[in-house]
Design a protein around this ligand. Sequence first.
Ligand code: SAM
Length: 282
Amino acid sequence: MLSYRHAFHAGNHADVLKHFVEIELLRYLGQKGTPFWYLDTHAGAGVYALTEGYAARNAEHETGIARLWDRSDLPPTLQPYLETVRALNPDGRLRLYPGSPWCAAHVMDSSNKLRLFELHPTDHQILAENFAEAGRRVQIRREDGFEGIKALLPPPPRRALTLIDPPYEDKRDYQHVVSALKEALKRFATGVYAIWYPRLQRVEARTLPENLKKLPAKNWLHVAVDVATPSTDGFGMHGSGMFILNAPWTLPGVLQETLPWLTAALATDDRARFILETGGDL
Ligand code: SAM
């Protein structure tokens, strides 16, 4: 099912949490000075225009990145994420929003490689155009990312972040995430894996974190930001979460420093809240 187009949601509260955590993970991996790869199973189009086309229709970024754009009191921990979005908007007007592959390419050292999967023909083509100048550092495949990562694990440098960010419009995606991770951990037990998921009333979304906690990783970290009260009709996303397997030891501290401010900035009602929990050796 390929009806989902990320452009409708670009820069919303869920993208803010996802890309902030992604950048933090990549910065940590980059500190060591030894090579690593970035794998993105569901890469999207790479860059999104906020003022025209799909993104302008619902303007979801207005309750996402736009809430942070002009703030002068950002916690220092959010600066690398904001700096990444500013790099795409050098005149200071928020017009473009970076997707996960663009965030990665921006913060990673140019010697480190990106492997991107995107199945939608149009988004695949836009992604390829956005990285046309990148050379062999970036490989883009129009394949199923759940299947495609199998052949790449373990990556040659034996260090990598894998982002798994499916649309979840097909509820089988929840099960695909768990089975893809079981397979990935068998091939590459020490990799860092980051899974994005929507906070919804549906049972598959509510039980996903519990299912991920059972996977055989060294540790796990679960972070979620609910920006609003869950809707009583059971529809609509009231927040989002990121689940990290084999998370760096520095991540809980960075999140503790950031989440109270970030949750208040993204809140759309007075029931906004965050969750931060860890397990294993973290
Ligand atoms: N990761 C992107 C970002 O943060 O900028 C957004 C990705 S969006 C949530 C999910 C993307 O996955 C869509 O562009 C969709 O076309 C694509 N897609 C859906 N099923 C896929 C599959 N099995 N393999 C690869 N891509 C898929």
